[in-house]
Design a protein around this ligand. Structure first.
Ligand SMILES: [Zn+2]
Length: 347
């Protein structure tokens, strides 16, 4: 049946550039496609196809392939021969895996739509889709994204709504061209600090997660739209914390001493630390207290500061203040905090 349909569609002759066979109840791809090496657009959406035909590999001029709403369970290896493909639609299938090598072949791919499938994870190879600008994987079962995804420099829109993500990697900061990020209805507890480095980010939608607090620096994002309904955000409510004296571990005391000496450019310590790369690496993860500016390593007081969202942001209704995560070095600093800074009760 599919061959006959293709012949009907070929009224334009064999140098036809576009084939559309939408909703024809086709169960397989027409193998006569190999007679159309010049084909640019192939639309076979809303059919019953579950595998590609081997002849697909001859379509090296194809720029758009729409296989949405079919019965595929995998992005098959044959796709790697579609070296001119720019847009690939595979929404509404049953895809749970991506064959090895596909990403290496799809070097021209700009748009990938995998909405409504059954993906639980993505292979590291997705990072090789170096021209991708639009990636949409809404309504799947992703529990995480590989850090390699963050190496796609061209990516400007990332849609990951309705998955089971617990978080996104700190490496998100490498997506320097990211303008729109959608993370609606996942299980995200905290956003990474790296997110605050995304200078081009304009739309951020994190509605329906379990976020209580945002990383410091969040208010510096140049967003135009920000949505966060349905998160258990901290409310502005002072707590009366019991304030013990600061007691640090010896390790923390030593770390703070060394960090303080490095700040003062103590040459003896600076030279010594070069001999201990492991220690140097650990100390490089030190943070700085926003009140006294002194460094600390792994012991701190978690606090929350409430700031008004930027006036330029279009935001969720009822969002008057954004809770930011602030880490103080000591109770000494906690005692001289400003009126907008609160302690977080430890459970
Ligand atoms: Zn301090």
């Amino acid at each position: 049946m599919s061959e006959r349909l293709l012949l009907t569609a070929l009224k334009g002759g064999s140098n036809t550039k576009i084939i559309t066979l939408n909703g024809k109840r086709m169960t397989r791809m027409p193998s006569a496609l190999e007679k159309l090496p010049g084909l640019r657009i192939l639309n076979l959406q809303n059919n019953l196809i579950h595998e590609v035909c081997p002849e697909l590999r001859t379509l090296t001029k194809l720029t758009l392939l729409n296989l949405g709403n079919n019965l595929f369970e995998e992005i098959p290896e044959e796709m790697k021969y579609l070296t001119s493909l720019k847009k690939l639609h595979l929404f509404g299938n049953r895809i749970c895996s991506i064959a090895t090598g596909v990403c290496d072949g799809l070097q021209e791919l700009v748009l990938l739509n995998l909405n409504d499938n059954r993906l639980k994870s993505l292979p590291q190879e997705v990072g090789r889709l170096r021209n991708l600008t639009y990636l949409s994987i809404n309504h799947n079962q992703l529990t995480g994204i590989p850090t390699e995804l963050c190496s796609i420099q061209s990516l400007s829109e990332l849609h990951l709504n309705y998955n089971q993500l617990m978080g996104i990697p700190e490496e998100i900061k490498l997506l320097r061209n990211l303008q729109q990020l959608f993370l609606v209805r996942n299980n995200i507890e905290a956003l990474p600090e790296g997110l605050c480095h995304l200078k081009k980010l304009r739309i951020l939608d994190i509605a329906g997660n379990v976020i209580q607090i945002f990383p410091a620096g969040f208010q510096n994002l140049k967003l135009r739209e920000f949505y966060c309904e349905g998160n258990p955000l901290f409310l502005k409510r002072p707590i009366t914390a019991i304030r013990p004296k600061d007691v640090w571990t010896l390790r923390e005391i030593a770390a703070r001493f060394v960090l303080g000496q490095l700040d003062k450019k103590n040459h003896l310590i600076m030279n010594a630390i070069e001999r201990y790369p492991e220690t140097k690496d650990k100390l490089s993860k030190a943070r700085r207290c926003p009140l006294c500016r002194k460094p600390f390593l792994s012991e701190w007081l978690e606090c929350v500061r409430f700031v008004s969202p930027s006036k330029n942001w279009k935001i969720s209704r009822n969002l008057h203040l954004i809770p930011l995560r602030i880490l103080l070095c000591s109770y000494q600093c906690f005692d001289r905090r400003g009126p907008n800074l609160f302690g977080i009760a430890q459970e």
